[in-house]
Design a protein around this ligand. Structure first.
Ligand code: FAD
Length: 436
């Protein structure tokens, strides 16, 4: 390891205070690595929606800090109540059903619309859906008071003029800051990514061909519409070019609803545009009454365009030193329910590697080792997720063949859920240690 006594000690800039930025800040604090978290908003905040973490991601939270796992546990139902089913799956679209609600699929199989035909088992251990804002509030409590700097919208990064490769951050309010490195956690519309990748096509997000309606329903009302069994568990309804996911959050008191649909292009500047209750329900015209009932119950009527990133050629730059984490590195569609989990994985690997170096010249080796182990796994999620969206909307090679769907679903999450991330950390540590 380099011991150059003349090089300054680490002082990291994190840009963005979503799940990735907050988890990274907690991780760096655990290792007593000096850092500042720059957030463009005037305070930390998340949208009123749900997010799910499977047990493999909860294990990584614990590896970073037991306090993050405890924060998560405070947001879910008691572990003893956690349901061992990831998602129950039914067809929700009656488009090809006969008068008895039976679909004869392309392979000659039959299924009854609305009936659960498959349950994805989850892996044992704490997991489940949580309210985003509740979880972020819990994370924020773990960030030291002197770390966040609000109202700081990053607009540019240049290299320090002293030849040190230190980045100079320029903010919209005219202020600047100089640090050992910038870690961009600034989400799918990342400015850090644009600066790093420049003219590369992957610098900016692209429309995925899917959009969503999202909202929350009090659990009592959800049970009236969907019945106890479906409302109290995660349930996914498949259909033609559409699918719907519902799962309980806030310790089972609220049902989180996301209804996905398809569109070739997105031309609006805004990614969230208002619509009407009637238009939402009409989008699901051929669907079963329980889904129309759920959609009619959503308090906000917005369309959320779903964008994603094309694969970046790198997650880091040397001059000046920049590294990408979370959605800034690999924004994905949500069909595998693992984008935020990948943020947590990034933070585990990067913070552990950073804890092994003390001097700025060693940072690039840390970033390149992080890039080496994280880029393929996180970009695989982006690819596999859009494939999952097509599968659930009968657009994949399986069409609406229920047996083929079940066979695909049975194994499609294994690579995410059954991987021991400590192996990737060991590989990255060897890369760092071998090069310093
Ligand atoms: P963000 O949450 O976008 O945070 C970025 C932060 O950076 C924000 O606070 C922003 O204000 C700040 N910022 C932006 N630009 C600047 C700037 N220039 N200067 C300073 N600050 C800036 N994942 C799962 O694991 N499970 C799920 O169940 C799941 N469900 C999902 C459902 C939907 C419909 C969607 C769209 C996504 C879902 N995801 C899920 C993915 C998950 O939401 C994201 O992967 C995760 O929230 C990304 O976190 P982040 O911190 O990287 O980015």
């Amino acid at each position: 390891m380099s011991t150059s006594s003349s090089s300054p000690q680490l002082d990291i800039a994190i840009v963005g205070g979503g799940i990735a930025g907050c988890v990274l800040s907690i991780a760096l604090s655990e290792y007593k690595i000096k850092h500042t978290l720059y957030e463009s908003a005037s305070r930390f905040g998340e949208i009123g929606a749900g997010v799910g973490f499977e047990n493999n991601f909860v294990r990584v939270m614990e590896l970073i800090s037991p306090s993050i796992k405890e924060a998560f546990l405070r947001c879910i139902e008691p572990v003893s109540d956690v349901n061992p089913t990831w998602i129950s799956v039914a067809v929700g679209d009656t488009k090809r059903a006969d008068e008895n609600g039976v679909i004869l699929d392309t392979s000659g199989g039959e299924s009854k619309v609305g009936d659960i035909f498959f349950t994805y088992p989850s892996r044992p251990g704490p997991r489940g859906g949580i309210h985003r804002a509740h979880f972020l509030d819990e994370l924020v409590k773990l960030i030291p008071d002197d770390v966040p700097s609000f109202g700081k919208r990053l607009v540019n990064i240049t290299s320090a003029e002293d030849g040190s490769d230190r980045p100079v951050l320029q903010f919209a309010d005219g202020s600047t800051a100089i640090h050992s490195a910038v870690i961009g956690c600034d989400g799918i519309k990342s400015r850090t990514r644009e600066i790093l990748l420049g003219i590369e096509e992957a610098a900016r997000p692209v429309f995925s061909g899917k959009y969503a309606y999202r909202g929350l329903i009090p659990m009592g009302r959800a049970i009236e519409i969907m019945g106890e069994e479906k409302a109290r568990k995660a349930t996914m309804y498949l259909g033609y070019h559409r699918h719907v996911l519902t799962f309980p959050i806030a310790k089972g008191s609220i049902l989180n609803v996301v209804a996905f649909s398809s569109k070739q292009n997105w031309t609006d500047e805004e990614w969230v545009v208002p619509t009407s209750r009637e238009a939402m329900v009409a989008d699901y015209e051929t669907w079963i009454p329980e889904i129309k009932g759920v959609l009619a119950e959503l308090q906000r009527q917005d369309i959320w365009a779903l964008f994603q990133h094309l694969p970046a050629s790198t997650y880091f730059g040397k001059q000046p030193r920049i590294c990408l984490v979370g959605d800034a590195a690999h924004a994905s569609t949500p069909f595998n329910g693992a984008g935020a989990g990948m943020c947590v994985e990034d933070c585990y690997i990067l913070s552990s590697l950073l804890s092994e170096v003390q001097h700025e010249p060693d940072l690039c080796k840390v970033f390149s080792s992080y890039d080496e182990v994280r880029r393929s796994r996180s970009q695989r999620l982006v690819q596999k997720s859009i494939e999952a969206g097509m599968l659930y909307e009968f657009e994949g090679p399986q069409g609406d063949d229920i047996d083929a769907l079940i066979s695909n679903m049975t194994t499609r999450m294994n690579w995410i859920w059954d991987f021991d991330l400590r192996l990737d950390l060991e590989r990255a540590q060897e890369l760092v240690r071998g090069s310093i």
